[in-house]
Design a protein around this ligand. Structure first.
Ligand code: 4NP
Length: 165
């Protein structure tokens, strides 16, 4: 990434209706709270296409809403090979997501893929799929994402600040 350019980040899960929309919304909230919205382009996508065009899962919308984040305008889409050109970083929520990204990536683009929690905090850990669980799974996932997204912002903010600060 060039200095003073926007850093672009794609959060990736399986369906793009539970975890990655939460990560997108939470990270955007942190970026905005820090006045850094001009320095990041943020999006999310799924490795699968079952939910294409759908809004996030009601339980993700609800948990985010409790923390003042509105996910209702987001719509699911599937990751494409072109995303590996458009995004500096593609962050998979779990090991399966990372493996699917690695399969899809064009030659020379593997280095843009990382596991979200490990890249953000240094601690390798899956963000577990909450889809088939209860409401409390979404609260757990929210907290895990919130903590890691804070670390991610700290890590990337220095890189995107550029020479003039
Ligand atoms: P997500 O959760 O990957 O966090 O969006 C899922 C959503 C839907 C399905 C699986 C996981 N599904 O199998 O339909």
């Amino acid at each position: 990434m060039m200095q003073n350019e926007k850093m672009s980040i794609l959060f990736v899960c399986l369906g793009n209706i539970c975890r990655s929309p939460l990560a997108e919304g939470v990270f955007r909230d942190i970026v905005t709270a820090n006045g850094a919205q001009d320095r990041f382009h943020i999006d999310s996508a799924g490795t699968g296409n079952w939910h294409r065009g759908n809004p996030p899962d009601r339980r993700s919308v609800e948990v985010a809403g409790r923390y003042g984040i509105d996910l209702s305008g987001l719509r699911a889409r599937q990751v494409t090979r072109g995303d590996f050109d458009r995004f500096d970083l593609l962050l998979g929520m779990d090991g399966d997501n990372v493996a699917a990204l690695a399969e899809l990536a064009p030659p020379g683009r593997q280095d843009r893929i990382a596991q979200f929690h490990e890249f953000s905090t240094g601690v390798p850990r899956d963000v577990p799929d909450p889809y088939y669980g209860g409401e409390d799974g979404f609260e757990t996932v929210y907290r895990l994402i919130r903590a890691a997204a804070g670390s991610l912002f700290e890590k990337l903010a220095a890189e995107t600040r550029g020479v003039s600060g």
